[in-house]
Design a protein around this ligand. Structure first.
Ligand SMILES: [Zn+2]
Length: 432
C-alpha cells in the first residue's frame, strides 16, 4: 500500500513538473512587449443595456413581420424615433428587410424584419383606436375604452427621496406625487361618467415595486461611473423610485391592466434649488409628451433599441399624436397656458410638426408601456401663480387668485384631460 502511494506521489510530482514547464514555455511570449491592442471587430457581439433592464425578447418582434412598408419604417425611424445617426451602426435598411443588430451572440446577432408587400399583415395589438371601438352615443364617447391613469411619482413619505418636494416658509409642502394622485382621483369618475373603464397604477402614496433602495446598493456600487458625483446610496435610491418603480408599473400595465391608453399625470417645474428655500419664478407653461427622439447613446443600448422598434412597429405614434393634440387644445383653451419650448440644441427631444404643445421624448414609462401613452406636463409648480393655486387646494367653483377668478388647479387639470378625450373620441367614433 505504502509502495503504491510512493509511486503515485512520484507520478503526481512528475505531472506537476510537466505542467509547470509547459506553463513556463507558454508564459514566455508574455514577457515580450505587449502587442498593440486591437479593437474588437464591429461584428463582435456586446450587450450593453440600461441598468436593471431585462435582456430584450427579440422574437416578440416576429409578430410584426410584413406589417410595415420600407418607406414608413424609414420615415418613423428617422423623423420621429431618433435624433442622430447612430442607428445606422445597428440597423441596415435593405430593399425587402431591415437587418437589426440585437447585441446577442451569433446566430441570434441579427434580427431580420421583413417589410410589408402589397398583401401586408395586420398590425397585432391589444389596444383599440377610436376606429376599432364599437359604435357609441355622443353621451358616452368613452364607452368600451380601457384607460389606465399613472399618477406620476410616489409622493407621501417618499417625496423627499424622489426630490419632487419643496416648501416655502410655513406654507403647505408642494409634493408632486400627492398632487398627481389628487388629480387622478378627480379624473377617474369623470372618465367613467363618459363610459370608460378606468384603472390607476397606484391609489395611495406607496411604491408599486416591492424592491427597496437597500436591495439596489450592490447594483449601484457596480454600475456607478467614476465620473459621477452621485453617491452609491443616492444612485440606489434613484434606481428604486425611478427605474424599479417604473418597471413594476410597466409589468402591471402590460400584463394585467392591458389598457387602450395610459395617461401619465405630472406637474412640471423649473429648477427650484434648495427645497427648503426654493426659487419661485414668474412664468408657467404647458406641454405633453409622446414616445420618440431616442438619442444616439440610447439607440446604442440593446434594450432601448428593442423598445424603440417595438414602439415604432406597434404604431402607437399616430394614436399618441391625435389624442395628445386633442388634450393639448382643451388644456390650452381651459388654462391659457403658453407652450413650453425645449432648448433648440436638445439632443433627446423632437417637436411634433404643427403641434406647439406636443414633443417626443424617450422616457422609461412611455418606452415600456405597450399601448399609446400620453405624458401630461402642465403648470410650473414653482411659478408664483401656480404655487398660489396649489396652496389654495381642491375647492368647488371659482376663487380669485392673482387677480383672476379661477377653478381649483386640480379640477381644472382633470376637466381639461376629460374634455380632450371626449372631443377626440366623439370626433372619430361611429355613433348609433
Ligand atoms: Zn413629474
Amino acid at each position: 500500500m505504502s509502495r503504491f502511494s510512493a509511486r503515485q506521489l512520484f507520478l503526481t510530482i512528475t505531472i506537476i513538473l510537466l505542467i509547470a514547464g509547459a506553463l513556463f514555455v507558454f508564459r514566455k511570449p508574455m514577457t515580450k512587449p505587449a502587442a498593440p491592442v486591437t479593437k474588437p471587430p464591429i461584428s463582435q457581439p456586446s450587450t450593453p443595456r440600461s441598468i436593471l433592464a431585462e435582456p430584450p425578447d427579440w422574437d416578440a418582434l416576429d409578430a410584426f413581420q410584413n406589417t410595415i412598408s420600407r418607406e414608413e419604417f424609414e420615415r418613423l425611424l428617422t423623423t420621429v424615433f431618433t435624433t442622430g445617426q447612430a442607428w445606422k451602426n445597428f440597423i441596415e435598411i435593405g430593399e425587402t428587410e431591415a437587418s437589426i443588430k440585437t447585441g446577442e451572440l451569433p446566430p441570434a446577432d441579427i434580427f431580420h424584419l421583413h417589410f410589408a408587400t402589397s398583401a401586408s399583415q395586420k398590425v397585432p395589438s391589444h389596444w383599440k383606436t377610436a376606429a376599432d371601438l364599437p359604435p357609441t352615443t355622443l353621451e358616452k364617447p368613452l364607452a368600451d375604452l380601457k384607460i389606465t391613469i399613472d399618477p406620476g411619482h410616489i409622493g407621501g413619505a417618499w417625496a423627499k427621496m424622489e426630490e419632487r418636494w419643496f416648501v416655502v416658509g410655513d406654507g403647505s409642502p408642494v409634493c408632486e406625487g400627492d398632487m398627481t394622485l389628487q388629480v387622478a382621483k378627480i379624473l377617474k369618475p369623470k372618465l367613467e361618467a363618459l363610459g370608460a373603464t378606468v384603472s390607476l397604477v397606484r391609489d395611495k402614496a406607496e411604491p408599486v415595486t416591492t424592491i427597496r433602495p437597500e436591495a439596489l446598493l450592490s447594483v449601484a456600487n457596480e454600475s456607478k461611473s467614476t465620473a459621477s458625483q452621485e453617491s452609491p446610496q443616492k444612485l440606489a435610491e434613484r434606481l428604486f423610485y425611478r427605474t424599479a418603480e417604473i418597471h413594476a408599473r410597466a409589468k402591471l400595465v402590460n400584463e394585467s391592466l392591458k389598457p387602450d391608453l395610459v395617461l401619465c399625470l405630472h406637474f412640471n417645474a423649473e429648477a427650484w434649488g434648495d427645497p427648503n428655500k426654493p426659487t419661485l419664478i414668474d412664468h408657467t407653461h404647458l406641454h405633453l409628451l409622446v414616445n420618440g427622439a431616442y438619442s444616439d447613446d440610447e439607440v446604442s443600448l440593446a434594450d432601448q433599441r428593442f423598445a424603440l422598434l417595438h414602439k415604432l412597429l406597434q404604431r402607437t405614434h399616430q394614436e399618441e399624436i391625435q389624442i395628445g393634440s386633442s388634450i393639448a387644445s382643451s388644456f390650452a383653451k381651459a388654462t391659457g397656458l403658453p407652450p413650453y419650448q425645449y432648448p433648440p440644441d436638445s439632443l433627446n427631444v423632437r417637436q411634433i410638426p404643427d403641434q406647439p404643445y406636443l414633443w417626443a421624448r424617450n422616457l422609461l414609462a412611455n418606452r415600456l408601456y405597450h399601448c399609446p401613452t400620453i405624458f401630461m406636463e402642465p403648470y410650473v409648480m414653482n411659478s408664483t401663480i401656480d404655487y398660489a393655486r396649489i396652496q389654495a387646494g381642491n375647492y368647488e367653483g371659482l376663487r380669485e387668485i392673482g387677480g383672476k377668478m379661477v377653478p381649483s388647479i386640480f379640477r381644472e387639470y382633470a376637466e381639461a384631460v376629460t374634455a380632450g378625450l371626449a372631443n377626440h373620441y366623439r370626433a372619430l367614433r361611429r355613433t348609433n
